[in-house]
Design a protein around this ligand. Sequence first.
Ligand code: MTE
Length: 311
Amino acid sequence: MGRMAAVGTVGALAGLGTLGQGLIAPALASSKSQGASQKAEADLSPPPQKSSHVLMDRPTDWSDATTYNNFYEFGTQKSDPVRHAPGRLKLRPWTLTVDGLVGKPKTYSVDDLFQLATLEERVYRMRCVEGWSMVIPWAGYSLSHLISRAQPLGSAKYVEFTTLNDAQMMPGLSSRVLEWPYREGLRMDEAMHSLTLLTLGMYGKPLPAQNGGPVRFVVPWKYGFKSAKSIVRIRLTETQPVCSWHLSAPHEYGFYSNVNPSVAHRRWSQATERRIGEDSLFAARRPTLPFNGYAEAVESLYRGMDLRRNF
Ligand code: MTE
């Protein structure tokens, strides 16, 4: 979202061109070959179970899904995450703490998370607020399994997600493009919705670093930036959490950020999208679907709300 970032952050972004280039180490292999080498990663064992959450859309190629990424902790260009995250972002040991307004706070290792529930394969659409989309077979389980274990208190109304904040591993943290750590938030009922996926894998393999390994979450009916990567903390709160993009440009990136073709971003329409992998000159942009195609499952969460105001 860098070049598209808010007018209010233009000052901070002015040096990004050079900054982004400065982050690229010259000796690194090309992004495609690094993405492809990740393919050698062992398959998840046992393999994730097929679930009913399967789309008829053709999944995006692995080579696109792992080389065209937004992960600003590694730079603002789409090719930065695959250049800088694999190897540098240490995926083990890794812990994820669930705390805040809960009866049973706990810190989990990644192995604990793999054991906590049966991994399902879910093929979800992913729609970035920038106007492109992919179709990704994720592996994980409903985030509600993890949150329920913590025994949420009645006062818990929201869930805050925090990404790792480690300048040694994440060269992009030296940029002021966002206030670090990357933080996102959901309302409690959104976090507990069965579609919200605690995600540990994709394409039958453990989640690669550039896609938010070893653990992220995915909310398929919201713009992609809500789905924070490489998370270390899930905190239940009474008040609406501060979210990084909302903080940087509240008029452009709302707290809800449900995919909505009829509410334009301040600087571009959200009515259509470009499906990554279908980029020929003749490929038509696709119409964007309300709630990214998940309206039937989730629109009741927003009954009575003005979705133009609560964008
Ligand atoms: N999470 C962190 N920690 N940092 C980021 O920059 N970018 C978001 C989201 N999660 C981002 C993040 C955006 S804008 C998108 S579109 C998706 O991750 C991209 O996920 P993908 O690269 O796995 O497709």
